[in-house]
Design a protein around this ligand. Sequence first.
Ligand code: NAD
Ligand code: UDX
Length: 480
Amino acid sequence: MTKKQIKNICCIGAGYVGGPTMAVMAQKCPHIKVNVVDMNEQRIADWNDSDLNKLPIYEPGLAEVVDEARGRNLFFSTSIEKAIDEAEVIFISVNTPTKTYGVGKGMAADLKYIELCARQIASVAKDDKIIVEKSTLPVRTAEAIKTILDSTGKGVQFDILSSPEFLAEGTAIQDLTRPDRFLIGGEQSQSGEEAVQALVDVYSNWVPRENIVTTRVWSSELSKLTANAFLAQRVSSINAISALCEKTGADVDEVANAIGKDSRIGAKFLKSSIGFGGSCFQKDILNLVYLCRHFNLPEVAYYWEQVIKMNDYQKHRFAKMIIDSLFNTVSGKKIAFLGWAFKKDTNDSRESAAIYVADELLQDRAEIHVYDPKVTAEHIYADLEYLQEHRVGQYVEQGEKMSMEEIRNLVTVHSSAYEAMKAAHAIAILTEWDEFKTYNWQQVYNDMLKPAFVFDGRNIAPKEEMNEIGFEVYSVGRGK
Ligand code: NAD
Ligand code: UDX
């Protein structure tokens, strides 16, 4: 195989990373055939749907990219073995969730899907291949993958690269087309360096060379966990300060703006919120903590664990603010939830703070009426069901398991925000969707029970206008 002229790429895993990443790669490299494969038949059918509104992932700009490349050099299928066989480079973009069983339960990354991919590749491959870890993995996973691949005895040469993905949901297309950097970790051998160069050549089709960083494999794997830990740490730091702001009368947005002007600190990731969510931050920090414990570094583990603890506290604080303000009980009260996604511009709700806030209110038997522009009712109930099954997390553990029947009686999902808010005792803003800023608040107020409470977990509501109308507005880091 000439590693320098890649013509066929396969990606295993058509999720939030595999789908957008490969769509952009196919768009930017029309000379390369890109096969994205997944064992989830429905997901693949959705990627192939002629109605672009039915793509399994909502991401601004994604439909246009898929429309351009799909059927030209971008293909979605369940024929995993065929795609592996044809490819010179195989990206592994499968999920690596936190383990929910056995050794490392609740902390370590579950690598069973990665291992399955390695075994599938080992059984199918007849010629040399470059394997790229795109999933976020613990340090030294490449070694485990290599061990499985090298055990085939077929004399096939596998080069393992780590090229973790840094896209954020909601801005994935922008992050992929103009990345701050693409990272590639490779082995320091001739064949390892050739493999790195082959991937550099692919990325160079649209990414300036100076934005492609190459490192050793372990540095690359650890850089991904570290980047997420640093980003999450900033959110937990500003959220810790938000609690102090509420006590002292300082305004957290003013504090964030003032400190963010310091170029050493920078303005990004200083937005106080109800706590970070998403499939990555918590999972990757837990994984980092687990690794530190494994390498007998308890102080380091403890340090990073606090980022998660502060995040749990922030979600709890918000739920408590609602209950305390509503005269110490939300039982039988209608609370409208604006937003369920873990951030705006995505239909993803994995680890969304909304789930945890809902759980604390449900423990007190609130009636929750949810509106989210992109998350489906099916997903909302699935999130609540998953939480009931596992009930992990320092505040979740204090509550009781509820039946799904009870939850379905208490939680209603609406397709109209105004319907969700009608006759409500309170509105809680959980996601910063832009459309929430455009509502007719006078109309909302007229239709609500009085006093009409608003709990703004994202600091996006027009507080002064709302106060004038007559709302009682509480917001994170700004108080009442
Ligand atoms: P996801 O759950 O959306 O997608 C993973 C897909 O892999 C699923 O569709 C699943 O069916 C498929 N899959 C699993 N095992 C398979 C197998 N053996 N064969 C074929 N298909 C298989 O997950 P995601 O959000 O895309 O995350 C994937 C990885 O990327 C994770 O390691 C994650 O930590 C990392 N990551 C995610 C993001 C993000 O924003 N979501 C960003 C950067 C990195
Ligand atoms: C994150 C990383 O940003 C990305 O580089 C990595 O590849 C995957 O994990 P993602 O989880 O998609 O991306 O979204 P991100 O924008 O990082 O937001 C994560 C959470 O933090 C969201 O719940 C968001 O609302 C919250 N957040 C973010 C804040 O509360 N305040 C901020 O200032 C920024």
